[in-house]
Design a protein around this ligand. Sequence first.
Ligand code: NAD
Length: 260
Amino acid sequence: YTSLRGKAAVVTGGGSGMGRAAALHLAKQGVKVCLVDLKKDDLLAVKEEIESSGSEAIVAEADVSNPSELKQAFIQAASEFNQLDIVYANAGINGTVAPIEDLKPEEWDETLSTNLKSTFLTVKCAIPHMKKNGGSIILTSSINGNRVFSNFGMSAYSSSKAAQVAFGKMAALELANYNIRVNVICPGAIETNIGENTHPKEDQLEKVEIPVEYPEGNQPLEERSGKPEQVADLVCFLASDASSHITGTEMFIDGAESLL
Ligand code: NAD
């Protein structure tokens, strides 16, 4: 997309998975990228990958659920690049996997705060830097909470992911005045490191009867999980002027997994 050349982006969760892949794809198309993540080593590794291909990247170690850390990351990006055109609000966790009767309030809060509050904060932090020239904001939700309800033990995750879609639509309406587009991506199972951030309570999960077998890794289109790079292609499309009339949508990218 030639319209991406010379643009500047913030990518949260940029140290791994879909955030990393999107950052690499955007950089390849001439976008300067500010990578935001909790994990410094991962951030530096992705920065190096981007720089070795001749593109520009900076890193900001920040917790996306922490208002002041995130605000600082945006100030850093805007002052380094003198502009901000694209924001990919993508950082997230599976959180604790447990039946509702065993899920602790603080475990619920951790998932909602990391996935949902962070989305609000990311969009909020982006507005002052984007309202003059407009731009594109992309959120990563999930098919879980929007089409798929068979992941037992993931009530907090599914709730956060469903609410991200509602928030994205409200943001699209509010920010249309500033020519800022907001779209939500709902991936199916994608091969990333997200499992490392999951805390299943297997003994507790045995208590709930799972009536549907979740077809993980069994997507009709390719008979496997999707790749982060396939999601990154969609991020680039939504970031570019090729999608200039698309805002307020949710896009499923799941190889028809959610139709099973
Ligand atoms: P991942 O674990 O590979 O990457 C997520 C990144 O977010 C990690 O680098 C992690 O350090 C970072 N992160 C987590 N909490 C953070 C915080 N508080 N502050 C800053 N950074 C934080 O996982 P992924 O699969 O690439 O996940 C990206 C998004 O995709 C998440 O929102 C996830 O819910 C969503 N998603 C994933 C799948 C899947 O199957 N992998 C499917 C649908 C949606």
